[in-house]
Write a protein of this length. Structure first.
Length: 350
């Protein structure tokens, strides 16, 4: 168990390392105004902290740096969120003080605001339809063998796609089917709706059955593709501003990870289950992030968490400040979403 003095010294080492990025020696800690302990005592305590796995000495003659274990203790026990001052809030707010018509614009602005404010790489995913509840379904014939299927969510988000239909299907039939489907899927998630349609229309045969199967298959297959299009990165070049990643191979591996998107998207999608999430170094499942930290947050529509955003950077990032920035950005996103939906018929995800 760590004594109060060891905890104080560990916090001082982490604070100094976050600030400088240089290994921290006992003399540096002893000069702090809040540390009324001799350099020799601090050196002994730091040696104990190294034995316990909280500090690492990169070179024999160098000072020490925090380990992933130390950062986890810091985040769980020692970290204090740092309130943003009025200038910082105004700096963030200016990104959102424009009229936005589409969800893609909001996602892009959020990525830019985060990367430029934190000087880290930002990532934002759009509203996840898997988290949203359906309000109605509408099928509209737009050609002899093509119909547009429109899904309207309770948040106002609208998804649409085309489906192939039999040539003799009439607009009147599609309208009647739309009403039946809307009753069937109301207040259900997309996946719940697919299952409900299968069960409720299980006795349909012939052309009707084939049309319903086409609708179900189109929705199921396209869902992940729609989500992938709604992931945006900001400040990818910021990786080169941190001395930890000036190794060109390490930086190249990170940029390749961002190009593929899949792994990052899956990681961010899981973040919608919690308000904030911090993964430090080896806690990350993705190999290219094993020496980085990922701080994620969610944004809401009403009381529902519908999307996530965050930053990726060195483990020595200023977690307390980052958390405050994410919290303030999240409140701006939610406000904009509510305004966009109240101001228009809905947000479009094509």
């Amino acid at each position: 168990m760590l004594t109060p003095r060891k905890l104080a010294i560990l916090q001082a080492v982490i604070d100094e390392y976050i600030l400088t990025g240089l290994p921290i020696g006992s003399r540096t800690i002893s000069k702090r105004n809040d540390m009324n302990v001799s350099s020799a005592t601090i050196r002994n305590e730091m040696a104990d902290l190294e034995d316990d796995g909280f500090l690492v000495q990169p070179h024999t003659s160098a000072g020490r740096i925090p380990s992933d274990k130390a950062y986890r203790l810091y985040v769980n026990m020692l970290m204090h969120t740092i309130d943003l001052d009025e200038n910082e809030r105004n700096s963030i707010r200016k990104y959102f003080d424009v009229k936005m018509q589409e969800i893609e614009q909001l996602i892009g602005v959020t990525a830019q605001a985060l990367s430029e404010t934190t000087k880290l790489t930002s990532v934002v995913i759009g509203p996840q339809t898997s988290q949203l509840k359906l309000k109605r379904v509408q099928l509209v014939k737009i050609a002899d063998t093509t119909a547009l299927i429109v899904f309207v969510m309770d948040t106002g988000v609208i998804r649409n796609m085309t489906v192939q239909i039999p040539q003799d299907i009439t607009p009147e039939y599609l309208e009647a089917l739309s009403q039946s489907l809307s009753k069937c899927v109301e207040d259900k998630t997309m996946q719940e709706a697919v299952n409900e349609i299968r069960n409720s229309f299980s006795l349909e045969k012939g052309e009707n059955r084939r049309l319903l199967d086409t609708v179900i298959d189109t929705v199921s297959k396209s869902d992940s593709e729609v989500q992938e299009r709604n992931i945006i990165f900001g400040g990818t070049e910021n990786i080169f501003n941190h001395p930890e990643y000036r190794n060109i191979d390490k930086a190249r591996d990170f940029l390749k990870l961002l190009e593929k998107k899949d792994n990052i998207y899956n990681m961010m999608s899981k973040a919608t289950d919690m308000e904030f999430s911090i993964k430090i170094g080896a806690e990350n499942d993705i190999d290219q992030l094993k020496d980085m930290s990922v701080v994620m947050a969610t944004y809401k529509f009403g009381n529902s968490k519908i999307g996530s955003f965050g930053v990726i950077g060195p483990t020595r990032m200023n977690y307390g400040k980052i958390m405050s920035i994410l919290s303030y950005v999240g409140s701006n996103i939610s406000s904009i979403l509510n305004y966009m939906i109240d101001d228009d018929d809905g947000l479009y995800l094509k």
